[in-house]
Design a protein around this ligand. Structure first.
Ligand code: V47
Ligand code: SF4
Length: 399
């Protein structure tokens, strides 16, 4: 049986447990919120098995062994970017744009057309912040995708891209968001959050939107009825207190709006960027981070492990540490992690592979749409012998 059977009283009986950790276990059992100090304590003193047991208990209480994924693909309009985040391996500055890519609207529609007749439910549009790709350009793109394929959910743009677009268009956040919504935008991904605390943000990505700006854009989206995700880039120069501060700000906004769907911890990868000297976190730390996030963010329904970044094996492991979502099929349409050194150099999994990955660790694979409506419950599904091979759209190659 999966972890729902964890007997917390057994954990509580462990005499070696620190009193404050015992108190946290009691809170988890009673469905009470933990404090910032307790969050830091979990990171500092909680053994992996302990935090894992608590997180698994919570995830099982919420999702009963279900693990969600969706069938999606990414469009990355460009990797040219006006910002210079030190951790980024993906972007190219405008004067070196010949080393990167800039897709026109027709090229992006070609990507969408590749999926005609295929059962994808979402396109995720995110990229660098190109000085010439403005709000009008993206509204036209959204309108044309919707006209071509009305059933495709349009999830797009980090708060960093939006902040720049709106400022250039001299619009308020409310006006800009409304324009995108009118053009067909339905939800937002969680990128650009990094670490909110200014002591760290100023070191790793000083020139882009700050914490308040990021949170304001998400709050505005929520007020317009859109759902969004939230990320946290961890495992670099931040301390545990910064991770907890980050999650506290998200928890506070979620209390106010309820508009976040999923929290996605993003493991810092150190290949080919300005922070290559910073070692990457261990798998133990990655699992601990998922677990503490599950315990701390009591008002988030979902914790997602982005398998393309952490490898399929760690994604499987994470399902015992509070994670209930492993993103989507992707179809080799994203480069952001492969360029930063992720194990998955051509991330793409067929539905069958994703389903098996989840079933092999005793969980129930549920295909969801972007808003977590169930598309197909694959728990008892038998795939035909010959599943059609996924078609890969090759992104332009960077030398
Ligand atoms: O904000 C950039 C991260 C993010 C590196 O909402 C890096 O469903 C690790 O947010 N090492 C963009 N991370 C991607 C993103 C995302 C991905 C998947 C799903 C969703 C969702 C959102 O990628 C950036 C930044 O935090 N990133 N470089 C790096 N070297
Ligand atoms: Fe640009 Fe995003 Fe890379 Fe920062 S992380 S440099 S905003 S593409």
């Amino acid at each position: 049986m999966i972890g729902s059977t964890l007997n917390l009283s057994e954990v509580l009986k462990q005499s070696s447990l620190d009193k404050s950790l015992l108190r946290i276990a009691e809170k988890v059992q009673n469905n009470e919120r933990i404090t910032e100090e307790e969050g830091i304590l979990l990171f500092e003193k909680g053994e992996l098995g302990f935090v894992g047991s608590l997180a698994n208990h919570i995830a099982q209480r919420m999702h009963h062994g279900k693990v969600y994924f969706n069938r999606n693909f990414h469009i990355e309009p460009t990797n040219v970017c006006v910002f210079t985040c030190n951790f980024c391996s993906y972007s190219r500055v405008y004067k070196h744009r010949d080393e990167g890519w800039e897709l026109g609207i027709e090229q992006m529609l070609d990507i969408v057309r590749k999926y005609d007749g295929q059962p994808v439910t979402e396109v995720h549009i995110v990229g660098g912040v190109h000085p010439k790709m403005n709000l009008e350009f993206f509204c036209e793109l959204l309108t044309k995708i919707k006209a071509h394929r009305p059933d495709l959910h349009l999830k797009g743009f980090t708060a960093v891209e939006l902040d720049y677009m709106f400022r250039k268009a001299k619009l308020t956040v409310e006006e800009g968001m409304q324009k995108l919504k009118d053009a067909g935008l339905q939800s937002m991904p969680g990128g650009g959050a990094e670490i909110f605390h200014p002591d760290i943000r100023n070191e790793i990505c000083a020139d882009k939107v700050d914490a308040d700006g990021w949170l304001k854009i998400h709050e505005t989206a929520h007020n317009l009825g859109m759902h969004t995700n939230a990320t946290m880039l961890y495992g670099h120069i931040e301390k545990y207190e910064h991770r907890v501060d980050h999650m506290s700000r998200l928890r506070a906004l979620q209390d106010k709006t309820g508009g976040f769907q999923t929290f996605i911890p993003l493991k810092f990868r150190n290949q080919d960027n300005q922070m290559s000297h910073v070692p990457e976190s261990t798998v133990v730390e990655d699992l601990r981070n998922y677990a503490v996030a599950r315990i701390y963010l009591d008002n988030f329904d979902h914790i997602k492990a982005y398998w393309a970044m952490i490898s399929r094996t760690t994604a499987q492991l994470s399902l015992n540490f509070g994670v209930d979502d492993i993103d989507g099929t992707l179809d080799d349409t994203t480069k952001i992690y492969s360029m930063a050194g992720a194990e998955e150099q051509h991330p793409g999994m067929s539905t069958k592979q994703l389903v098996e990955l989840i079933k092999n660790v005793g969980r129930q694979p549920i295909e969801r749409d972007t808003l977590y409506n169930v598309v197909t419950d694959f728990t008892n599904f038998e795939f035909p012998e010959t599943e059609p091979k996924p078609q890969y759209y090759k992104l332009p190659v960077i030398n």
